[in-house]
Design a protein around this ligand. Structure first.
Ligand SMILES: [Zn+2]
Length: 173
């Protein structure tokens, strides 16, 4: 889905030239695959759809969209595996060594590549202000509820509920 960006809406007669900045680099978990995009990215969003949830093994995926011509694999091209979902008309690429999701392509946006935000080491120039499939958001997704330390488990915090209070500190692990 292409969402119009604020700068597309006013159709200004002249665009200010984009300041040239260094490309933004990213990598997979094992480091076999490295890539970069030109700064700034096109857009960024949270994807709550079941397909992205499953492909990432996570509550939701946060993507940075880049024009394909502004994206380059700088290392490990031969390590990249590509899975085509013919029914959904999408393709998902991942590192064959460590399994990190790398590139999400959609037939309806052939000039764009979408990359998990978490793989970038620095700012991409876009905040993830958009949500896709928000109606599919899972009830177990953490949404900023207040958290308190869990007694006896340093480094663990939890969302205290009346229902679970009697279990505090025992039987959770
Ligand atoms: Zn890897």
């Amino acid at each position: 889905m292409e969402v119009p960006l604020p700068e597309d809406l006013g159709a200004p007669a002249k665009r200010k030239p984009v300041a040239t900045a260094k490309p933004v680099a990213g990598r997979c978990l094992c480091g076999a695959v490295r890539f970069e995009i030109d700064y700034p990215a096109r857009w960024a969003w949270h994807d709550h759809s079941s397909a992205s949830r499953r492909a990432h093994g996570a509550a939701y995926a946060t993507y940075v969209g880049s024009w394909r011509k502004r994206f380059r694999v700088t290392k490990g091209m031969s390590e990249i595996c590509r899975f085509e979902d013919k029914a959904a008309k999408t393709a998902r690429s991942f590192c064959a060594r460590c399994g990190t999701p790398l590139i999400y392509e959609r037939a309806r946006s052939p000039h764009m590549v979408n990359i998990p935000r978490a793989l970038f080491l620095k700012r991409t120039g876009r905040q993830p202000l958009y949500h896709i499939g928000i109606e599919e958001r899972q009830e177990w997704t953490y949404a900023g509820e207040p958290l308190v330390p869990l007694k006896g488990f340093p480094g663990v915090v939890w969302q205290r509920t009346k229902k679970n209070k009697r279990f505090e500190g025992g039987g959770l692990f």
